[in-house]
Design a binder for this molecule. Structure first.
Ligand code: B12
Ligand code: SF4
Length: 457
């Protein structure tokens, strides 16, 4: 079948998207003809410098979801969507797949509408994290929604369309039949992720991206289950790729695209510490000259020799979700880490030459003033070794997380049930006002410490 895969604005501008590249790799392995379009970078490339500056901020995504009308008018998106719909249809695809995140959803819906008007017979398939909302199908113009991991579902869906076999038996799908939402049986996660074909980046003009990096996924999911996290439940059971398989992909990338730096986009790159160490050993022995970074869990087994080995294998940056420096908050979160390990690993990583970024959650449900103060003291003690502390975010109760699913047990009133749209605890020990006030102090401290640090450089 002739297929086009599209990611709409707004998505990351630094490198090509991994979602449609994985789907493209799988479909090509099944002998389909595939074209991919990164419309986010296409939009950026044609903007004025002023608009570029405004849009080129990483964390605008929420605004593309909440205030889409503003962006639509501001950037003349109707014209953009029309132009690209014509271009995509020029190749006469029989099926067009869109990658749906909250930030890409509105433009994708607009585009599906335009495409269906111009070419009603072209099948429109939505896939991606925001497809966990069944209601999306009611917007119209979407023939199928793929829930969860997409590789096997899209392959089977196409096979069934081609063979005219019953769609109801294809697991992991949502579609409309006589105005009724049909949700087929849940598809199990792919057990052996070493069998998934490497992502296919050939359709992207890699020179359009400002960084010479490619994204990689070395595992899916996370072995831990933090209460606030929506990512580990989304990927189900933790699965990891064999070290050799990961290095093969890097070698392919060097040969095909000449790229030696990788952003590992895993939920956590060291979920299986033994396989992770094996990857480091192979990279050192093969002398590929690659560099890489990613998000990692604090794991007490990462001693200074381990971190030095990581550096020698090309690790140049790690991001830790520290969240809090209060042991009682970390325990409530089910983080399974000790404050002293966090402190030691940050220090040892710094000494090994690895740049560290840290995320903190301000106002976790059981955080008291003294817990919050422990976090501030921790930052004052350690900021010298931390390259970036990301602006604090108040705790968001994410759909899919344990906190969301068991809100009643945790004594939480969810945002949609509260008068001001912000969650709070039933005993009022944690409210939006308390969190915002702490957030202000947190962000002020970070600005103060880091402006001092810059003065010293
Ligand atoms: C890397 C990443 C980023 C990077 C982007 C880098 C890049 N590669 O472009 C950065 C740091 C910029 C980023 C930022 C943000 N991110 Co982010 N990010 C991720 C992360 C960790 C990996 C994404 C990825 O590449 N996955 C790999 C691919 C293979 O997985 P996938 O995209 O889910 O695709 C699979 C399926 O969904 C499906 N599928 C996807 N598309 C399609 C299309 C078709 C046709 C089909 C059939 C199937 C299909 O099949 C794929 C293969 O199995 C995910 C979490 C995660 N571990 O997945 C969060 C995630 C995507 N981010 C999320 C969020 C919320 C954000 C932010 C809004 C955070 C914030 N509060 O600011 C910002 C927004 C930035 C922006 N401008 O859009 C959410 C999205 C939720 C949603 N429903 O939209 C996620 C899921 C994390 C979460 N815990 O909820 N992010
Ligand atoms: S360690 Fe990170 S990815 Fe794993 S469950 Fe906790 S927050 Fe989620």
């Amino acid at each position: 079948m002739k297929i086009s895969l599209v990611i709409c604005p707004i998505w990351n501008f630094e490198q090509p998207p991994l979602s449609i590249s994985y789907i493209a790799g799988q479909l090509r392995a099944n002998k389909h003809q595939v074209n991919c379009y990164d419309l986010s970078i296409e939009l950026l490339l044609n903007l004025s410098e002023k608009d570029k500056k405004e849009i080129n901020q990483k964390y605008l995504a929420q605004s593309w979801y909440d205030n889409f009308d503003y962006w639509k008018e501001r950037l003349n998106l109707d014209v953009f969507v029309d132009k690209w719909s014509i271009r995509i249809l020029e190749n006469q695809p029989e099926l067009i797949g869109f990658s749906i995140y909250d930030s890409t959803q509105h433009v994708s819906l607009l585009m599906a509408e335009v495409i269906k008007k111009k070419s009603p017979e072209t099948l429109i398939v939505f896939g991606g994290p925001s497809c966990d909302n069944d209601e999306l199908i009611n917007y119209g113009n979407i023939d199928f929604m793929v829930i969860g991991e997409g590789e096997d579902t899209i392959t089977e869906l196409i096979e069934r369309i081609e063979n005219k076999s019953p769609l109801k038996e294809c697991r992991g799908l949502i579609y409309l039949e006589n105005n009724e939402i049909i949700k087929t049986e849940k598809r199990p996660f792919i057990n052996n992720i070493n069998t998934i074909p490497f992502p296919y980046f050939e359709c992207f003009e890699l020179d359009n991206y400002p960084t010479k990096t490619l994204p990689m996924f070395t595992s899916r999911g996370c072995p831990n289950r933090c209460t606030f996290c929506s990512e580990s439940p989304r990927w189900g059971k933790f699965r990891y790729r064999r070290a050799e398989n990961i290095v093969d992909e890097m070698e392919r990338n060097i040969k095909k695209y000449g790229i030696t730096h990788y952003n590992m986009e895993d939920s956590t790159i060291n979920g299986n510490i033994f396989e992770f160490e094996k990857m480091c050993d192979i990279l050192i022995s093969k002398k590929l000259g690659v560099t890489w970074g990613g998000k990692a869990r604090i794991d007490s087994r990462m001693n200074k020799y381990f971190l030095k080995k990581m550096y020698d294998a090309g690790c140049r940056g790690l991001i830790f979700g520290v969240e809090s420096a209060s042991q009682s908050v970390l325990n409530h979160m089910n983080k399974n880490v000790k404050v002293e390990d966090i402190e030691r690993i940050i220090f040892d990583s710094y000494n090994a030459g690895i740049k560290i970024g840290c995320f903190f959650i301000v106002g976790y449900i059981n955080e008291k003033e003294e817990d919050f103060m422990d976090t501030l003291k921790f930052i004052k003690r350690n900021y010298k070794y931390i390259d970036t502390i990301y602006p604090g975010t108040g705790l968001h109760i994410l759909k899919g997380s344990k906190l969301y699913k068991n809100a009643e047990d945790f004594g939480i009133i969810l945002p949609h049930l509260s008068e001001n749209g912000q969650w709070y605890t039933k005993d009022l020990s944690n409210t939006a006002n308390i969190r915002n006030e702490r957030l202000k102090r947190f962000n002020e401290l970070i600005s103060e410490l880091y402006s001092k640090k810059e003065e010293h450089v």
